[in-house]
Design a protein around this ligand. Sequence first.
Ligand code: ADP
Length: 267
Amino acid sequence: MTSDIEQYRVQAEPYYQAQGREIALYEAAYRKRLPVMVKGPTGCGKSRFVEYMAWKLGKPLITVACNEDMTASDLVGRYLLEAGGTRWLDGPLTTAARIGAICYLDEIVEARQDTTVVIHPLTDHRRTLPLDKKGELIRAHPDFQLVISYNPGYQSLMKDLKQSTKQRFTAFDFDYPEAALETVILANETGLGEDMAGKLVKIAQTARNLKGHGLDEGISTRLMVYAALLIQDGIEATEACRMALVRPITDDPDIRETLDHAIDATF
Ligand code: ADP
């Protein structure tokens, strides 16, 4: 069991640049074992924040990337057929509840609602997880905490968390960091000079202004890190930016042209 826990420990301190009071607020939520929801667009630092908090609190972290094919069994566990009979295998949520890990369900809204409800008894005073198929009721380890991420930009009426789920969480609003902070993040994360990092931020801001005017989402901090890494590897800045910042996010020729122009004007 000990070695099981060890594999989920965040070994080295992840680099995390705070945007506000989120570290202290998360620590308070953890002290009371309140469930946490981290909201914000893709690639803005949600997962990095959770990883950093798990490291800071010294707790194991089990991350699950949710998708629409995911069933409750994928979270909770299932019987496996073996030559000698059947064997129960805990799912990631069950493992986290048993060992006292922080369980991070990334993009929870992707999961079907009948999957989402299995987390309910873990998020209130019960802190239990019924394994119906196995006939076992797990009482969560005192260190266990549930964290989910949620991208409000993707939500539609058809696909949203139910109020009965939302109202089980405290929540953080994340967004792309403001310009000076994002420049520092890029420089620290990749070693790129602040001057060049600032230029990448400028281009990203042009794209972010196009959100809702032809772009579904702006350029994420994650893509800017990619551009910075390519530049660090010796790729010319305009080429790196086209490859990392523009081509992934849109196929619309007009928007591509607008962004390509912005890149040429910057360098
Ligand atoms: P998501 O919001 O999709 O979970 P991530 O947490 O994976 O996004 O962030 C994407 C990348 O952006 C990270 O791998 C990291 O390089 C960088 N990043 C974003 N915000 C921060 C931050 N506040 N501190 C350090 N790195 C950050």
